[in-house]
Design a protein around this ligand. Structure first.
Ligand code: MG
Ligand code: MG
Length: 261
């Protein structure tokens, strides 16, 4: 496995600033989600808030591996059966939708990455179950972040909880190390790994991000070549935090700081 960068305390402080911009922005967007808004409204509000706090959105600097073009949005907005990488558009959110919002921010050369899935108006019981289940799976994964513990424990905790709730685990896309780049080693699957993987070290920064479906975990890529959706059309949810391993435990870098309130 390629070497995982170890971050100094100063570097983690910069990542925390990036993370607080992400957290504040997502909290603000979640509050504004309601029937009648367009997904590109969310994108515009995100751009304004990130700029106001002195950051830069990461995703417009992500290049599509085959198209060679940058992602056309500051946020990824993935509605209902869309899992990740949905493009902000004129699509109007309607009552009963679930909308995943994913945001990366660069601050002083460091990235932070977080995602949340928000109900639009009143959603079905199954949709509510999916959202709370995915959020809990993330919480359980984060709980396993401790120096000296195996990375596989994070993956196993997510897998075990998702499976116990009958949710389909997306295997095609995984969590990742993060720092000077958006995607760094190690990969963090949301399913049980066949090997034990590395032991967590203080200074590692990890973007842990379960993507769970009401149906199977199989995926398909839409004709726009960015948007990833469930193969069976079932609803999908995505929750993510950037978490640093500290000498004593963990530090969630992407919680809101309250600046957007
Ligand atoms: Mg993300
Ligand atoms: Mg990520």
């Amino acid at each position: 496995m390629p070497e995982v960068p170890v971050r100094s305390q100063d570097e983690l402080e910069a990542m925390r600033k990036a993370g607080s911009i992400v957290g504040d922005t997502l909290a603000m967007l979640a509050e504004r989600v309601k029937p009648g808004i367009r997904t590109k409204d969310l994108d515009e509000w995100a751009r304004q808030e990130v700029a106001k706090q002195g950051g830069r959105p990461s995703f417009p600097e992500v290049i599509h591996p085959e198209l060679g073009t940058p992602f056309p949005g500051a946020i990824c907005v993935s509605v209902n059966d869309e899992i990740v990488h949905g493009i902000p558009s004129d699509r109007v959110l309607v009552d009963g939708d679930v909308v995943s919002i994913d945001l990366g921010v660069i601050y002083q050369g460091f990235h932070a990455d977080s995602a949340t899935t928000v109900p639009v108006g009143t959603v079905s019981r199954d949709a509510a179950k999916l959202l709370s289940g995915t959020q809990e799976a993330l919480r359980r994964g984060i709980e396993r972040v401790q120096p000296g513990r195996g990375l596989y424990e994070v993956s196993s905790a997510i897998d075990q909880y998702a499976t116990s709730k009958g949710l389909g685990i997306v295997r095609q896309y995984v969590g990742h190390g993060i720092g000077r780049s958006m995607h760094e080693p190690p990969q963090i699957p949301n399913y049980r790994m066949s090997s034990r993987g590395p032991l967590l070290r203080p200074g590692w920064a990890l973007a842990i991000e379960p993507m769970l479906n009401l149906g199977s975990g199989e995926t398909q890529v839409r004709p726009d070549r960015w948007t990833v959706a469930t193969a069976d059309g079932s609803l999908s949810a995505h929750f993510e935090h950037t978490v640093a391993v500290t000498p004593k435990g963990r530090w969630i870098l992407t919680l809101p700081n309250g600046a957007a309130a």
